[in-house]
Structures are given as structure tokens and as C-alpha cells.
Design a protein around this ligand. Structure first.
Ligand SMILES: [Zn+2]
Length: 255
């Protein structure tokens, strides 16, 4: 089994990759072709580059409806931004309490132009802890260290291992230091030789998650890296699906 903790779809996803993935059907077919059985639906392009609150709320509704349309396949998320703080806090309450959505993300401050270490963002993090949700945060090293130190109780998934060996090592350091932090293999650094091996050696194999960032990136790239990695078979099973199942279960999520 393979569960991808990081895919993007949504109302405008086909405007980014319209010549490749043209429909929901093709989106699902490509995941299947790569051998991905289930996936976490992160923010859509309309949410990540929101122009108004409707982009945010419509996207959240789309994710939930999409997951309901494909039972047992997708894990919905709720997208939040400090740009619409009050509404975001409401969305979190609503989606968690009414629909048992446990995943927040992907938070992406470079499109929203905000700091993770700001009072409004802190309110989102405090609400995530209160609601016992998982927060996926796209962040550079220096901007997330402070946040993790302030909120050790928050369950955080950090995507993108990093481009250089130094960045990957720093990422591992963070996860070693903060026990509620998980590393998502997707995006830049995913194909680096030695990345997975070093994570397993220094962090252990319980807090590494397979993710691809599809439809931005090809899910097969990270699958190949994990399959080829010089780590035990049982570690690969944890990375591909056991760790995320355990994490979701810890938040009382069920398909
Ligand atoms: Zn992403």
C-alpha cells in the first residue's frame, strides 16, 4: 500500500497543468498509474493563491466533496490563512467538528506574504492544538524553528527535505529536536541520494512520510527513491503507509 501525504487538486488545478492533467478522472488515473492507493488532498491552486475569502472556503468545500466522491481514497484538508483569520478559525472548527477533517494545509506563506511567527498565525496554531489537528507547513528552516519551539505540542508535517545536504541535515535536526514533527519527502530534495537513509539513521523510521506534491511533481520519483533506499523493508512500509495511518488514527480519523 502507498499513501501519499501531499497532493494538490482543486477548482483551478487544471489551469496549472492543463495540458497534462485535464480532469479529476485523469488526476485519479495518474495516481493509480504510479501505484498510489490513497492521498491527502492539500490546498488547491485557487486556495494557495487566493484572491478572496471565497477562494479559500470554496476550495475547502471542494476538498471535502472530492473526498466524499471517492470513499476511502482521499483524506481532505482545510486550508487556512492569517489573511482571513476569523474565517479561517471558523473553517477549522467547522471542518474538524462537523466532518472530522484532521489535516490543515498546506500553509504557504510566500503566496500569502505573512510570517509563521506572527500573532495572527499563532492564533491559527493555538486553534490547531486545541482541535488536535495536523498542520502541514511549507517553511524555510529559519522561519519554522521558532514556531516549533513555541508550540511543541503541535503536530507538524514539514514538506520538502531541502535542496542541499546542509538543508536536509537541518531538516532532520528539527525533527530530532521536536518530537511532534514529521518529515514529508515531497518536493525539492526528494530525489537526493542519501536523504531517506540519513533520516532513518538519525531520526528513526517513525516520523518520515511518503509525499509527492503531485500535480506539481511526479509521484513516481519519490516512490523510486524510497524503494531503492538502502534501508530495511520494514522502514519502507512505515514510510509508504504505516506512519501516516498511525498519525491519522491518533487524531481519530477514519476513512
Ligand atoms: Zn505542496
Amino acid at each position: 500500500m502507498i499513501i501519499d501525504c501531499h497532493v494538490h487538486t482543486g477548482p483551478q488545478f487544471n489551469t496549472w497543468w492543463k495540458n497534462i492533467i485535464k480532469s479529476e478522472k485523469e488526476f485519479c488515473a495518474y495516481l493509480k498509474k504510479c501505484g498510489v492507493d490513497k492521498a491527502v488532498l492539500q490546498g488547491s491552486s485557487s486556495q494557495l493563491r487566493y484572491k478572496n475569502i471565497k477562494d479559500v472556503t470554496n476550495g475547502n468545500k471542494y476538498m471535502l466533496d472530492f473526498s466524499k466522491k471517492h470513499p476511502g481514497k482521499f483524506i481532505p484538508s482545510v486550508f487556512v490563512t492569517p489573511a482571513y483569520l476569523k474565517e479561517s478559525l471558523n473553517e477549522m472548527e467547522l471542518y474538524r467538528k462537523k466532518n472530522n477533517v484532521v489535516w490543515i494545509g498546506e500553509m504557504l506563506n510566500y503566496t500569502g506574504d505573512y510570517s509563521y511567527d506572527s500573532p495572527d498565525c499563532h492564533k491559527l496554531f493555538e486553534k490547531a492544538i486545541e482541535l488536535d489537528m495536523i498542520v502541514c507547513i511549507h517553511a524555510e528552516q529559519n522561519e519554522i524553528d521558532n514556531v516549533l519551539r513555541k508550540y511543541p505540542a503541535m503536530t507538524v508535517v514539514l514538506p520538502h527535505p531541502g535542496l542541499s545536504r546542509l538543508e536536509i541535515n537541518n531538516r532532520i535536526d528539527l525533527a530530532v529536536k521536536y518530537k511532534n514533527t514529521y518529515l514529508d519527502l515531497c518536493g525539492y530534495g526528494a530525489d537526493r541520494m542519501g536523504n531517506v537513509e540519513e533520516m532513518v539513521r538519525r531520526l528513526g523510521d517513525d516520523r518520515i512520510l511518503y509525499g509527492s506534491d503531485f500535480t506539481v511533481n511526479d509521484p513516481g520519483v519519490v516512490i523510486a527513491r524510497v524503494r531503492n533506499a538502502l534501508i530495511p523493508q520494514k522502514s519502507k512500509e512505515k514510510i509508504f503507509y504505516k506512519n501516516i495511518l498511525r498519525l491519522l488514527k491518533s487524531k481519530s480519523f477514519s476513512f
